[in-house]
Design a binder for this molecule. Sequence first.
Ligand code: MNH
Length: 459
Amino acid sequence: MSTPIPTPPAVPFLGHAVSIDRELPLQSFCLLSKQYGEIYQLNLVGTKVVYISTQELLHEVCDDKRFRKTINPNLAEVRNGVADGLFTAHIEEPNWHIAHRILMPAFSTMNVRSMFDDMVDVISQLVLKWERFGPGRKIDPAQDFTALTLEAISLCAMSYRMNTFYMEGLHPFAEAMSDFLKESGARALRPSFAKPFMRAANTRYEEDIKRLSKYVDDILEDRKANPTDKKDVLNLMLTGVDKETGQKLSDDNIKHNLLTFLIAGHETTSGMLTFVMYYLLKNPEAMRKLREEVDTRVGDRPITIDDVHKLPYLIAVMRESLRLGPPATIRTTSPYEDTIIGGGKYALEKGVRVMCNIYMVHRDTKVWDEDAEEFRPERMLDGKFEAMPPESWQPFGFGMRGCIGRPFAWQEAQITLVYLMQRFTFVMDDPSYNLHLKQTLTIKPHEFYIHAIPRTDKK
Ligand code: MNH
């Protein structure tokens, strides 16, 4: 006998969508799981949606044979801009399979190593900027890390310099992208009868999409007019042939994937770096240990690709920051057939939307102990991380729809953090700042400012 899945009282006709926080939906979902427990169910714009928030339940729905990623309404709106790009493609779409097979080798750990120099090029631009600012300047790390990650994915994947660091404020492309993602989220929560009345928002949305597409159109046209033999991701997309079907990627699909990499490749990684900065500044002992590791193992010399594998504390800091601040907080999956989870307790109908609240799973006290809310990189060291129950830590998604950019993001963050540790000490602009979140498609610290003080204790 299965138990009914708990559900909060709903507003008649409108269901639960109206009670979800518009600015920070995650907060509503977390409050509900604190109130209702490991699983609850909402009615969102006429659709039943199940939310799960523990490692045990997550582990069950991470079975590629019983469950698959579904394109939730938010991602369905993002498709207005990137269609069948890897991130938003339905698993039934042949283009996902072709692009997946062609692109996996391009983002492999091996191939990402060859992007080392381009990454260092971009990171040096950030370092130079912060050195020139000096200690007095209030820095918005989320914004500068966004410049960094956008510039890195664009240079490494398509050998294209956006020159983000030579502009005031955000790059217009980044701005259009952020507005597009935010509005996609808002549209997903809007009942369909309200949509036609949003004229101004709709017009702006369409303009943002046009601007984004124009950008990748230009990059592709430019490459076709000026071919190179550099083996970057763009060339791989233009020349790659799928072994299984003998097909190449269409121009449209290439554009959608370029845009996908620019979107998926920058918000998440900049969020991650910002969380690392926040947690290090809140935990001076962890900051001290990390600095010591970098000073003893790398010192003043330029970092090499081999250094990044010799910094266990750095990896622990990155893992722990992604645990408490997973930029992609919620993942959607769905059972192929009627099924039961929770040791025979909860019945799920075929096709029902199951939202995995990764932010909550990462705070599951059953696996992460009573101090789960605390930042403690030590819990990720000495084989402890590897010994955790499966799916205790899942910032990069799961299975065949897991993140293709993981080795890229990992290497980029490692090099960035080593560079920053070598050259600066950091303080918070407001020492009493406590984390609050900003949410678009991803989350990151909101209104968090720092100062970067060039180190004088070395050389
Ligand atoms: Mn990434 C999928 C998180 C960096 C490109 N990424 C995912 C998913 C998560 C995720 C979670 C699975 C989403 C889902 O199931 O709906 N990604 C991250 C995080 C970082 C990150 C936390 C950095 C930190 N991602 C990157 C980078 C790229 C990238 C860098 C650029 C290449 N991610 C993707 C793509 C997918 C994806 C593409 C979709 C893969 C697929 O479904 O085939």
